[in-house]
Each structure stands twice: as C-alpha cells, then as structure tokens.
Design a protein around this ligand. Structure first.
Ligand code: AMP
Ligand code: MN
Ligand code: MN
Ligand code: MN
Length: 278
C-alpha cells in the first residue's frame, strides 16, 4: 500500500500563541507522521528561520506561512499565506503594523481588565508570550492562572470577546492589504477555518467573493475542531468558487483541547488540493 503524504498546513509556535518552540513543533510534527508542515504564526514570521533549520536533514518539508488577522464585514477573519518569501519588504512592513497594533491593544486590554478589578494583566500575559507577539491567548493563560476562570474556553467567553471587560475593538488589516502583502511575497492566500466565523451562508459567499477579487486562491476545507458536515459544505464552496483546498490542524499546544498535528480528515475527492499546484 502506498502511504499518503500527510499535509498539515496550519500550525502555531511560540513565535505567536503556540506552546511549542519552532524546533519542538518540527520534532512533534515528525513524530506524528506529518510530511509537509506549514508554520503559520499570527501576524509574524519570526519562527520560520528556526523551523526551517530544524527541518533540514529530516523527512519533513516546511512551508513558510503566516496567519494574518483581517477586519472584514464587522468582524475578524484569518487569512493564511502559504509559501511566502519571509524576506519580502512589503509583507514585513505590513506585519510590522500588525505588531504595533497588538502592542497598543494589549495595553488597552490590561487597562480594561484593571477597571474590572484585575491588576497586573499586561506583565502577567507577557510571561506567557515570547517578545515578538502578544495575543489574547496569553491574557487568557494569565486569567486562568489567577483563578478568574476555570479554563481557556471559559475565559474567552467571559473576558476576551466583544462586550466583555478584556475586549478591545480595533482594526486589523483590510482584506485587500492582507492579500497584497501575501501576493507581494509570492505566497498563496487561503481563508482559514471558514466555519469558525459562524457567518450566514450568504455572508460567507460574500467573503469568498471579496477574497477572490483581491487575489485569494484557497480555502481551508479541512480544519481542526470542525464538524464533518462542514467539510462537505466547504468542499462544495471550493468547487463552486474554483478555490484550491487546504487542510490544517491549527495546532497550538499538546494539551488535548486542541487537535493534534497531522490528525486530519482527508480532503473530499471533489477538491483540488492546494499542493497540486506546487
Ligand atoms: P488574537 O489574535 O490575539 O485576538 O487572539 C486570537 C487567538 O485566541 C486565536 O488564534 C486562538 O488561538 C485564541 N482563541 C480565540 N478564541 C478561543 C477560544 N474560545 N478558546 C481557545 N482559544 C481561543
Ligand atoms: Mn492562536
Ligand atoms: Mn485563526
Ligand atoms: Mn491559527
């Protein structure tokens, strides 16, 4: 029997809000039987060089990626760039803006939490983060540590989403800008975990239309923590909109609340895998 190549095209390291260093992520991916892994940290590519080095002389092929936060249709969506040239100036300038926004947002989040009686959140969150990126998951870890919530899921519901004490409204990249950065860096843009936005079918089709117009080529048909029904639905959309299909675990940590690296359903037969054009 021919062994199928195992692709996992969405994962995180300590260069964003993942628990494993790029090196440990590579080791774990290999142990889990992944053959092709994309490291797609939020709004930055600092982990890529380390991951690339760690994957040398192994059977694992590393794909340089990034997951860009985008404000679209009054909410946040995530756009993955695959096979990006991390040395591209346009991409890095864009990502730098995102980082600057994150720093300001983190300070505001801490201020808001302070008003809700929770002190020291900025330093507390920083303890869980590397020096390149501060995100809501780091605040979540601090809030759980301090006993303000029983787990990460709970902390998001009660503190870190719209209309809750630790949430800060703000503008991420526009869809057009994110696509410009990815395309300038020679990458392929992919809509990440479409089912997680809980959009109506009409709104999702509108997103795909705007995304294609801006130069997007792919959609995650298979994603971690996703209902099987969604796979069918997304495969249909990929076919209708002539989008290449991607799959990724969105791995963050070995804790069992997240999907394991490479543990993904197969893409439906109707899909054109994004790697078929590589
Ligand atoms: P940020 O980009 O800093 O706004 O944070 C978004 C990140 O928070 C996501 O990439 C997830 O890693 C994490 N996140 C969001 N919602 C949840 C949730 N309900 N449970 C666990 N992690 C979450
Ligand atoms: Mn994350
Ligand atoms: Mn995401
Ligand atoms: Mn992700």
């Amino acid at each position: 029997m021919v062994k199928m190549t195992c692709y996992d095209l969405h994962s995180h390291s300590t260069a964003s809000d993942g628990a494993l260093s790029p090196e440990d992520l590579i080791a774990r991916a290999i142990a889990q039987g992944v053959n092709v892994l994309a490291l797609t940290d939020h709004d930055g590519t600092e982990g890529i060089a380390k991951a690339q080095l760690a994957s040398q002389n192994t059977d694992l092929t590393l794909i340089a990626g990034v997951e860009i936060s985008v404000t679209w249709g009054g909410g946040t969506v995530h756009i993955i760039g695959l096979n990006v040239d991390v040395d591209n100036a346009t991409l890095q300038q864009g990502l730098m803006e995102m980082r600057t926004f994150r720093i300001g947002r983190a300070a505001k989040m801490a201020e808001r939490l302070e008003k809700a009686g929770i002190t020291g959140a900025l330093d507390g969150a920083r303890k869980y983060a590397s020096d390149v990126m501060l995100g809501r998951l780091h605040f979540a870890q601090f809030l759980v540590e301090q006993g303000h919530a029983k787990n990460i899921n709970d902390v998001f519901k009660r503190f870190l989403v719209r209309n809750k004490p630790g949430y800060v409204v703000g503008e991420w990249a526009s869809l057009t800008n994110a696509l410009t950065w990815i395309t300038a860096a020679g990458g392929q843009a992919v809509i990440a975990h479409p089912a997680r936005y809980k959009m109506t079918a009409t709104k999702l089709r509108r997103l795909i239309t705007d995304f294609k117009f801006a130069g997007g080529v792919g959609i995650e048909v298979v994603s971690g923590r996703q209902h099987p029904e969604e796979v069918k639905n997304l495969a249909r959309l990929a076919e209708q909109f002539e989008l290449l299909a991607s799959c990724g675990s969105d791995f963050h940590t070995p804790d069992n609340t997240w999907v394991e690296l490479g543990h993904l359903a197969a893409l439906p037969k109707s899909c054109v895998p994004i790697w078929s054009v590589w």
